[in-house]
Design a protein around this ligand. Structure first.
Ligand code: C5P
Length: 326
């Protein structure tokens, strides 16, 4: 009897490694709260080079382990975890009866407005679909993704895309060049629903103080992405894109975390910085720089001031299989 036969545990365990990117909303227009509890959005996403790595291995049950630089102890390990929900949703949709162990290595800030949880979910969907050989096509995966969360479809897609609806109806956008970012993290995350509620409050206050506008207006649609925005993206010129960055939702983030507004005003003045905006619901702030060297220098200066600053570039590809072993 060979050693391999005596020790079946030494057989290679099938495993699938998938990587999915975090995102920055280059433009985010927000409408009124709808009856379904969501706000209509008009947004442009860019996938950036901070990644979530998910390794899926077969298991009888559904288990998850989380590690990585970005505060893993604040991430739930039960059904509140979006990657766990993604695996279970795929099993339910395909009738798969086994389970999976998910090993999640995080690099996207937790509760930072960069879609880290959504990237985990996108990666888990793709990894389990491969591991279990359930063979769902892109369209079905996108459908499952949209049910898990508004930002999950974009984490599957990557690149640059325009999002409408809740942000889950996507169209690829043309973009030229590579954009260099410095991401400034806050010590404590912000809850996305809390930021949307704060945004509703700020909007209601604005209307109160403008009774004429209030009486005239019934519903407010999100500010649409202007044609000039797409011209900026096509120009490949960071200064043009920097001037076009806009996030309506940041009014809500500023209400909950006023120091973010000061941070943007302060850093925006620095040499080589061409734009600054809260990423999604925040509190991460994304600064666009004119060059990679300028961005490196800015990140270094901010670290010297005691801040947590990460470097990234975009656009990058969406969730993809890095390796499989079977
Ligand atoms: O879809 P996701 O789970 O990421 O959304 C979290 C919460 O953020 C929602 O429950 C909702 O309160 C808020 N949200 C919203 N409008 C959107 C996206 C999210 O109000 N378009």
């Amino acid at each position: 009897m060979s050693i391999a036969e005596e020790q079946p545990d030494d057989e290679p365990v099938p495993r699938v490694h998938v990587r999915a990117p975090g995102k920055i909303n280059l433009f985010l227009g927000v409408g009124d709260l709808d009856e379904d509890g969501y706000h209509a959005l008009s947004t442009v996403f860019q996938a950036v080079s901070l990644y979530e790595d998910v390794v899926a291995t077969p298991a009888d049950d559904f288990t998850i382990a989380v590690s990585g630089a970005a505060a893993p102890d604040t991430v739930p390990l039960d059904d509140r975890n979006l990657a766990m929900r993604a695996a279970k949703a795929l099993a339910a949709a395909t009738g798969y009866e086994g389970g999976v162990h998910l090993d999640v290595r995080k690099s996207v800030p937790v509760a930072g407005g960069m879609g880290g949880g959504s990237a985990d979910a996108a990666a888990a969907l793709l990894a389990c679909n491969e591991l279990w050989r359930t063979g769902l096509d892109h369209a079905r995966l996108h459908e499952l993704a949209a049910r898990l969360g508004a930002d999950v479809p974009f984490a599957l897609m990557g690149g640059t895309a325009v999002g409408s609806g809740r942000g889950d109806v996507l169209t690829a956008a043309l973009s030229r060049g590579r954009y260099e970012w410095v991401l400034v993290l806050d010590d404590e995350g912000l809850s996305t629903p809390a930021v949307y509620r704060a945004f509703d409050l700020v909007t209601a206050e604005e209307r109160e103080s403008d009774p004429v506008g209030h009486a005239q207006r019934r519903r407010r649609d999100p500010v649409q992405v202007p044609p000039s925005f797409f011209e900026s993206l096509l120009s490949g010129d960071p200064s043009a894109l920097g001037r076009s960055l806009r996030n309506q939702l940041q009014a809500g983030s500023f209400r909950l975390r006023p120091q973010l507004e000061e941070l943007i005003q302060h850093v925006r003045r620095a040499e080589d910085v061409v734009g600054g905006v809260v990423s999604g619901s925040g509190p991460t702030v994304a600064f666009l720089c004119a060059s990679a060297a300028g961005a490196d220098a800015l990140a270094e200066r901010l670290r010297e001031q005691g801040r947590t600053a990460l470097r990234a570039h975009g656009p990058v590809r969406g969730a993809h299989v890095v390796s499989t072993e079977s």
